[in-house]
Design a protein around this ligand. Structure first.
Ligand code: ADP
Length: 497
């Protein structure tokens, strides 16, 4: 029997107004139907926003340390259920089980980090330029916030947005990705079980244009936080700009690893394999460009190719699997189109380059780990985000050239450098134009108490996670208290000079 899952609005699980449902299938075994989910439309979004507006006063007036208790409970429940949640996540999204556990762990970490903020949410006090006057700032909630999330981190990214939104006193309408609605349902169920009052967190599942767009456009939504593709991010930005609505965007990346000639080659290979093919390359921080010093290049290429060929594809639930499927057929088509583009432009395909169809793999969306060499920085496979297991190897002659190539990208999320030279490491940290730089570690591995985000087309200046996320999900209110008993005019009434 197929299970049907509904929307969560005002503390109730409700069917979508149209009655329509959509299918969610296991990308490793396409005949495995995970469930049917509410195909929401504008009317459902309006109901959810209404509920969030009604819940706002009570929630925003709840002391932040009490709001935090809710988050602590959610963190504890996620911890208890981590294994079961991870298994379900692998089934609906495909990533191997250890990575799914990591996804849930990131959500747990975010719960506890933001729960701790419930007793901080610090503002500032500062001297006034006038006598007998007091100045301070406090954080206040924005209102109803809309969260639109992608499928690749189906619990971590919703948590990265929902936890700071809630601790700051906002109420939420959440539209998860259509490829991973089950993770979203499970997260919301846990909030319900933790005792979150109805209307504080609402969820509408469904497709982007049908359910996401009305959420972006709803005037009652005072802030929109989006993670997804650059194309959709632009649409979100334009719609929000029309209403002068603040928005935060987390979009693509074309992340690079630099391997200098003094690097620990084994370590660099470990990092490059993990970052190129982990989550089948479907991370915004995946390393799809490897910039290798020409002196190391022949050995690096040979060993990287051998390691890529040895990776075992399969269902992420099996212990024997190194690399799971990609998310859907569209992804296979996009990844393969880039293989053809790479070949047409003269890059050399060393391994991979096609769908994997042997045995059980034919029932899922598997693409072979793919490696191109002889790639030039201006080729599209070195410029566009492919979001699949495709890695481009580029030859560089110097640190300066490597930094220039890293920066020759419209994106600016993450990069890393492998070197034993401390001066080179510091120059890279200084000159690489990305939001995150790693030294002797791959460009994957964000920890939740540090800011996450990028420069250029990766985002719009905001950061998620860390304390920085509070600046997205709260407004500053500036308070002046004049206890002089007289009219004192700033800039005009100065103490006798
Ligand atoms: P991806 O290519 O990673 O699926 P998308 O940007 O298409 O990235 O999807 C990210 C999220 O944005 C998903 O939740 C999706 O439903 C939503 N989305 C897609 N199109 C729109 C749109 N026009 N307006 C609002 N949200 C959208």
């Amino acid at each position: 029997m197929t299970t049907s899952y509904r929307n969560y609005i005002d503390g109730h699980w409700v069917a979508p107004s149209s009655g329509a449902m959509f299918e969610n299938r296991n990308p490793a075994r396409h005949d495995d139907l995970v469930g049917l989910f509410a195909r929401s439309n504008r009317e459902d979004v309006e109901r959810a926003v209404d509920a969030a507006q009604r819940a706002f006063n009570a929630w925003s007036e709840t002391p932040a340390p009490q709001r935090a208790e809710m988050l602590f409970r959610v963190g504890n429940l996620l911890t208890e259920r981590k294994e079961a949640l991870a298994r379900e996540m692998t089934r609906e999204m495909g990533k191997v089980l250890s990575e799914a556990r990591g996804d849930i762990q990131e959500a747990i970490d975010m719960c506890f980090l933001m729960a701790g903020e419930g007793r901080r949410l610090f503002g500032e006090t500062t001297p006034s330029e006038l006598r007998n006057k007091f100045c301070m700032t406090v954080r206040v909630p924005v209102g109803v916030v809309g969260l639109i999330t992608p499928w690749n981190f189906s619990m971590a990214i919703p948590a990265r947005k929902a936890m700071p939104a809630l601790i700051c006193g906002n109420t939420v309408v959440f539209k998860p990705a259509e490829d991973t609605p089950l993770s979203a349902v499970r997260l919301v169920e846990i909030f319900e079980e933790a005792g979150l009052p109805g209307g504080v967190l609402n969820m509408v599942t469904g497709y982007g244009p049908e359910a996401g767009r009305p959420l972006v456009e709803h005037p009652g939504v005072r802030l929109l936080s989006f993670t997804g593709s650059t194309e959709t991010g632009r649409l979100v930005a334009l719609a929000c700009a029309e209403q002068t609505k603040p928005y935060s965007l987390e979009m693509g990346g074309k992340n690079a690893i630099i391997v200098l000639d003094d690097a620990d080659l084994e370590l660099a290979l470990d990092g490059a394999i993990w970052c190129g093919f982990g989550t089948s390359g479907q991370r915004c921080t995946a390393a799809s460009r490897l910039l290798v010093h020409q002196r190391l290049l022949p050995e690096f290429q040979e060993r990287f190719a051998a390691r890529a060929q040895a990776l075992r594809l399969g269902d992420g639930l099996l212990e024997t699997t190194d690399v799971g499927p990609v998310i859907n057929q569209e992804a296979i088509e996009k990844i393969h189109a880039y293989t053809e583009i790479g070949l047409r432009k003269g890059a050399k395909l060393v391994t991979g380059g096609k769908r994997a169809t042997q045995g059980d793999l034919a029932n899922g969306w598997f693409y072979l780990p793919t490696m191109f060499t002889g790639v030039k920085p201006d080729m599209r496979i070195a410029q566009d985000e492919i979001f699949g297991p495709t890695v481009a190897v580029l030859s560089v002659d110097s640190l300066d050239e490597a930094i220039a190539v890293v920066n020759d990208s419209s994106y600016g999320l993450s990069a890393s450098i492998y070197t034993a030279d401390v001066n080179a490491a510091f120059r890279a940290m200084q000159s690489i134009d990305t939001g995150i730089v790693y030294v002797n570690a791959p460009p994957i591995g964000a920890e939740v108490h540090l800011p996450f985000g990028g420069t250029k087309s990766t985002g719009n200046g905001h950061r998620e996670a860390g304390r920085a996320t509070l600046d997205t999900f709260s407004e500053w209110k500036t308070l002046y208290v004049d206890y002089s008993g007289a009219l004192q005019r700033a800039q005009i009434d100065r103490a006798q000079e």
